[in-house]
Design a protein around this ligand. Structure first.
Ligand code: SAH
Ligand code: SF4
Length: 353
């Protein structure tokens, strides 16, 4: 049974026409699903009873159910654990910030990329999420926190590699940015990738992929170090990756974010910061660097560097006039931080069902 959250606007229109209904039904459905965010067809009061019966029998709205959630007492962020229809679970994180609210969404159950510092990938990839499963994270989180606390920003930095689930991620971005659907601003959406070069190129050549912000998990400034912590570097070298990024036709004001997880004794020396600055070279205006102190998780071989080391690293980049900031992860006390998203034992979370 198809979920209507699976369709972008033209697909929704096509589906509506296929049922023999007039085109404006797509507009009505969109309003109920995306503006009013109703949870059932029965609430769609301007549809006839026949149509509502048909929808109930032949389609569905929701594809996630909330298994549990955990709220950080430090910063108010909320980690949601969603149950999928096949029993797998995924997580999203709501992050309230001054002036705006952000949701970090997952794109896969697990991840095949295998970065050594990341908890998500421990059991490899289980499956891609559908478009509806990505979109429902947004809608259901918004309903949970209240429609008056609008989620204006979405970051694809949860579980999974977004560009390894290209078509479904693309469609979810279309739904998020379409004014007839969720209507978010393109500049408030960020896709984070581990750096799969051919997929990055494909995205920028694809005129149907709405242009949003790009973040790249760089995590090292030389090939040897990057290969050690990110096996994907063996086939997507740091040199080829930077060449590609330097040439991407990015819109003005859409700087590429280079994410750099700082790991003690691995990539946190002053020399690494100098190397990073050299790697960026004359393209300073194209990038900003996001330094993320490593978040430890059970069984991990790595450690977080101390505050002084982090600050020193940051300062060196500033000396080169490179825009850099440190992201001391939100929700660290509830393991909602980057790279920690992975099914947790449910009883560690606040049980609500
Ligand atoms: N797969 C995508 C998006 C999800 S990971 C990607 O790799 O970009 C989101 C971010 O979390 C990445 O920048 C990644 O480098 C970072 N990350 C992963 N594990 C981490 C950890 N243990 N501590 C801090 N950051 C981590
Ligand atoms: Fe996958 Fe991103 Fe984790 Fe790497 S950092 S294993 S790409 S989720």
């Amino acid at each position: 049974m198809v979920s209507l959250k699976e369709f972008n606007y033209s697909e929704l229109e096509r589906w509506v026409r296929k049922q023999g209904w007039k085109k404006f039904r797509a507009k009505q459905l969109s309003k109920w699903i995306y503006t009013k965010k109703v949870r059932s067809f029965d609430e769609m009061t301007d549809l006839s009873k026949d149509i509502r019966n048909f929808l109930n029998k032949n389609s569905k709205l929701n594809v996630l159910s909330l298994a549990s959630y955990e709220k950080s007492s430090e910063d108010g962020s909320i980690k949601f654990l969603w149950k999928l229809e096949d029993g797998h679970t995924i997580e999203s994180v709501f992050i309230p910030e001054r002036g705006h609210n952000t949701l970090c969404v997952s794109t896969q159950v697990g991840c095949a990329v295998g970065c050594k510092f990341c908890f998500t990938t421990t059991d490899g990839l289980i499956r891609n999420l559908t478009t509806a499963e990505i979109i429902d994270q947004y809608i259901q989180s918004q309903i949970f926190v209240g429609l008056d606390r609008r989620i204006s920003n979405v970051v694809y930095m949860g579980m999974g590699e977004p560009l390894a689930n290209y078509e479904n991620v693309k469609k979810s971005v279309q739904i998020l940015t379409d004014d007839r659907m969720l209507g978010l601003s393109n500049r408030k959406i960020t896709i984070s990738s581990s750096g799969i070069i051919h997929q990055i190129k494909k995205m920028y050549e694809d005129s149907t992929f709405p242009q949003v912000r790009l973040a790249i998990s760089l995590n090292a400034a030389d090939q040897g170090t990057r290969e050690k912590i990110m096996p994907i570097s063996e086939t997507n070298s740091i040199h080829d990756l930077m060449e590609t990024l330097n040439r991407l036709p990015i819109k003005t004001g859409y700087r590429i974010m280079l994410e750099y997880v700082l790991i003690k004794g691995i990539n946190d020396r002053p020399e690494d910061a100098h190397n990073l600055a050299k790697l960026i070279g004359r393209h300073k205006k194209r990038y900003k660097v996001n330094i993320i102190p490593f978040n430890p998780f059970p069984g991990s071989e790595f450690k977080r560097p101390d505050k002084d080391t982090v600050e020193k690293f940051h300062k060196i980049l500033w000396q080169y006039n490179i825009g850099a900031f440190v992201r001391w992860s939100k929700g660290a006390d509830i393991s909602a931080a980057c790279g920690q998203l992975r099914k947790k034992e449910i009883d560690r979370l606040v049980k609500i069902v």
